[in-house]
Every structure is written in structure tokens, then in C-alpha cells.
Design a protein around this ligand. Structure first.
Ligand code: ZN
Length: 141
């Protein structure tokens, strides 16, 4: 299975303070912002070479990001690996007894297909698999 690092999701508590660090102090740029109302989050993508940092801001009380931050504080929430065929990747993991959060892929940001692997099977890390929408041109913005 071929996979490349797509992005690292970072749960933030105070977006302005996070932007002051990532864009102000580090001098990186936010190149896309996307609301994902179904997840109660707003994602701010900061490009770093061929990968990105995804600053995740909670937009509702029930947001998983709000829960995460209140339990563990701001910090790394997930890593995302991009694969060519997410169905094949999930089948491969299932065969090997890996615990999945999503048995079937669902729609993620930017129209991609995504599925999460449970941290208990990934050494404490929430791993997201992502397959880009075929018709989408990467980084067209
Ligand atoms: Zn993400």
C-alpha cells in the first residue's frame, strides 16, 4: 500500500493565538479554510511543503474538537495519510485485524473520501486515511 502524508490535524483552543504562532511567528500561510458543519469544525489549512497542517477550530458545543480540547488540551488530533484506493486500504487493514472507526469511507473536507483507524490499533494516534476525489485537481486554488 502506498501512502503519503497529507496533513496533520491540530486541535486548537484559541484560533487567533494559533494563527499568531503558525502564520505570524513561523511565517506560514493559511491557503484554505473549510467549514465541516457535520463535524462541528472549521478547518484552516496551512501548507508546509507537500503536506499541510490543519488547524481545527470547534464551531459547536458538541464538536469532537471541543471535547478533545477540554479533555486533553490543544494539540495533535490526527494524522492523515493519502492513499490511492481507500476501499482497498480498509480491506487490507481489516484483514489484519486493525480496529477501524469507519468501516466504510465517508465524505471529508474538499470532497475527499475519508475513514479513521482507531488509535488503539495505531499506537495512540488517530489515523485518517484519505482518497482524493478523482475529478479534483490538487491545490487548484
Ligand atoms: Zn484532517
Amino acid at each position: 500500500m502506498k501512502a503519503v502524508l497529507d496533513h496533520i490535524g491540530i486541535a486548537v483552543d484559541d484560533l487567533d493565538a494559533a494563527l499568531a504562532f503558525y502564520t505570524g511567528a513561523l511565517g506560514l500561510e493559511v491557503d484554505a479554510t473549510e467549514d465541516v458543519p457535520s463535524q462541528g469544525v472549521r478547518a484552516h489549512f496551512v501548507r508546509v511543503g507537500s503536506a499541510a497542517l490543519e488547524l481545527l477550530e470547534a464551531t459547536s458545543e458538541e464538536s469532537p474538537i471541543r471535547r478533545f480540547v477540554s479533555r486533553r488540551g490543544a494539540g495533535i488530533h490526527h494524522i492523515t495519510l493519502r492513499v490511492d484506493d481507500i476501499e482497498a486500504a480498509l480491506a487490507r487493514l481489516r484483514e489484519r485485524g486493525v480496529r477501524l472507526v469507519d468501516e466504510t469511507p465517508r465524505r471529508g473536507a474538499e470532497g475527499a473520501l475519508v475513514a479513521f483507524v482507531h488509535p488503539s490499533s495505531a499506537h495512540g494516534v488517530l489515523v485518517e486515511l484519505k482518497q482524493e476525489r478523482i475529478e479534483q485537481t490538487r491545490h487548484a486554488r
